[in-house]
Design a protein around this ligand. Structure first.
Ligand SMILES: CC(C)(COP(=O)(O)OP(=O)(O)OC[C@H]1O[C@@H](n2cnc3c(N)ncnc32)[C@H](O)[C@@H]1OP(=O)(O)O)[C@@H](O)C(=O)NCCC(=O)NCCS
Length: 158
């Protein structure tokens, strides 16, 4: 069990780290677009995200041994922030996803005072992700699922 997770904001030189994580098998399998991502495509996306700090926030989770264990990202769309989360495959099922989620949401509540809810789009059958969001208080949207995904939402207490 890990006890000391902390978040730091992503930096430009995390580009390769995020590239490894984005092409992880489980990450691709559960993404909206499951194709593998090429380096050039990733690099442009990452650099753009890093220069769009008013609408995108990326954090790296660091454990008690100073290892980078996962990432959490929020993209702002009006009063909604859409979440993306992944834990390095070596560190899954050790409670880190939960800690990343909890700490990421705290940061976002401070950064974006006008955001009133957080949304996650979860592939049907992605049990770990569904469990993670339900444990974090997210509610599954009653909307008909689209393209094999469910939406989960967490209303922020303001
Ligand atoms: C989803 C993900 C971030 C969860 O991270 P994690 O560190 O493994 O999760 P945790 O150990 O904190 O566990 C969170 C909850 O999920 C449950 N869980 C974890 N792995 C599970 C699995 N393989 N099957 C079922 N439940 C699982 C845990 O039991 C826990 O629930 P509980 O509180 O009821 O016990 C991780 O599996 C991952 O990176 N997956 C690939 C990327 C992905 O699918 N991202 C989400 C896109 S929406």
């Amino acid at each position: 069990m890990h006890w000391g997770l902390r978040l730091r904001e992503a930096q430009l030189d995390d580009c390769e780290l995020f590239f490894e994580w984005v092409n992880d098998l489980e990450v691709r399998k559960n993404a909206l677009n499951s194709k593998n991502i090429y380096w050039n495509e990733h690099k442009s996306w990452f650099e753009k995200a890093m220069s769009s700090l008013s609408s995108v926030k990326l954090f790296v989770g660091i454990d008690e041994n100073d290892e980078a264990v996962g990432q959490i990202r929020f993209e702002k769309d009006g009063v909604k922030a859409v979440i993306d989360i992944s834990v390095d495959s070596r560190f899954r099922q050790q409670g880190l996803g939960k800690q990343l989620l909890e700490q990421g949401i705290k940061r976002i509540e401070e950064f974006w005072q006008d955001v009133s809810f957080i949304e996650a789009v979860v592939k049907i059958g992605n049990a770990s992700s569904q469990r993670l969001f339900e444990a974090g208080g997210f509610k599954k949207s009653p909307d008909k699922n689209a393209n094999g995904f469910h939406r989960f939402a967490l209303k922020l207490r303001r």
